[in-house]
Design a binder for this molecule. Sequence first.
Ligand code: FAD
Ligand code: SF4
Length: 483
Amino acid sequence: MADASPADTRVLMVESSEKIASQAWHVQRAHFYLASMRRFADELRVDGFEVVYRRSNSFRVALREHRAEFPDDAVVATEPNSWRARLLLDELGVETVASNQFLCHHRDFTNWVNSRKSAGYKTFKMEDFYRWQRQRLGYLMDGDQPVTGRWNYDAENREPPPKDGHDRWASPLVDPLDDLDHDVLAALPDTCTGQSPTGVWATSREGALRRLRHFVDHHLAVFGPHEDAMLSANWHLAHSLLSPYLNNGLLLPSEVCDAVQAAYDTGAVDIASAEGFVRQIIGWREYVWGLYWMSMPEYRDENALGADMPLPPLFTGGDTKMNCMSCTLRGIDDYAWAHHIQRLMVLGNFALTAGVEPRAFLDWMSRVFVDAAEWVMVPNVVGMALYADGGRMATKPYASGGAYIDKMSDYCKGCSYDRKKRVGDDACPFTTLYWDFLLRHADQFVRNPRIATQVRAAQKLADADAVRERATAVRVALRAGTL
Ligand code: FAD
Ligand code: SF4
């Protein structure tokens, strides 16, 4: 509702105590949302709006109270970002208007998918959607062709961590906490987990805009090459750390892409970095958004591989000797954040190959990440990381052993386990579980051309029985919290 005016608009904002108490949220996640809301309310007041800020049990109760107090108000909301919120607004008779948090409305996404199907395509890949987005939005384009003649620089963006030191990435901005932050923190329930906020995450529009500028000036030029790398001594590398602001509306995708386009136009960054980043925003982010709406409500509960292990204790504060997991989980405890490859190839890969129940893993991730939202978590967790949607989001399961983690990180050097071994007490659990996963699901994947070679290699293993036995021992240790 960018065109709302103080002359004819009263703003209703609701803090729901039921929502706050409903989960053991990471304290930085809970603080980020509440502090952002309260600052936004203050900014609106400065702009002349009357803001009715209700602290109620729930949105439903707050709306009832509001309607009783202002019976002549027509309540209008921006289109919500979750399935449940949409059902609730429909039930409560709240009118909605289009949101500017996405550049492709989910209806247009569904139309695009249907047009692909009508044209005879069997798939609707992210890359095709991304090119369509580039053409319609005009980023890094010359007419209807990419500005350099090449659409995608992904191949250049898969480098392992640099060997010559870890200090090439500027530190994130940090702002001191103020009274509003301390008020929010003081009121949070004891059930919150993780380390208290340090000021890394901005909770105002001004702070979010400064962080966008900081990213473009200091990180964007080096964003591409080490996008997939992981380091124990550096939690952020060149990642933008912008997802929380894009997801709660402090930043808009259009202004983020405009800033990247401007940096490219002035020669401040090369095409590989600019394209790599624009692809994340108008490609992946919007593809995931469209897929969520196209596939709900069933999507959230899918479990195509029949995974049934309860969430192992190491995810909720337990110790582990696996250095990759320990570093990633420590980062989440410290910042409520991990980067994409840590989410996909460490946490997700482990949950996939161990057979953790998708809903349990999804719920855990949704509690502990500062940028979590159902529309983005469901396709990424249920679809991409756990293959629980049977391949709608990913063309193959993202399963790998310790070799991938060793190539893309420095974790294995400091680990008690041996990433090359799949059997024995010191075998890397990732490596064991990877081969065991291929053996367990051979029938499902042997005809998938993207993974068939690995499945056949697993079927030829001379030590397949020993792998299965070690995998059972790994699962027992995992449940006992001794892995
Ligand atoms: P950068 O690496 O700087 O990327 C730039 C932006 O691209 C991000 O801010 C994000 O808006 C967008 N983006 C990139 N990849 C994706 C993607 N796969 N899906 C959606 N947006 C993408 N992202 C969330 O915003 N919230 C989540 O709860 C979330 N959960 C995830 C869970 C799993 C298992 C996986 C594999 C990915 C998840 N992602 C999620 C996507 C991605 O990992 C994060 O967006 C990214 O790590 C956020 O850090 P950043 O802003 O520094 O991203
Ligand atoms: Fe992780 Fe295995 Fe490497 Fe240890 S050896 S850090 S468990 S991948």
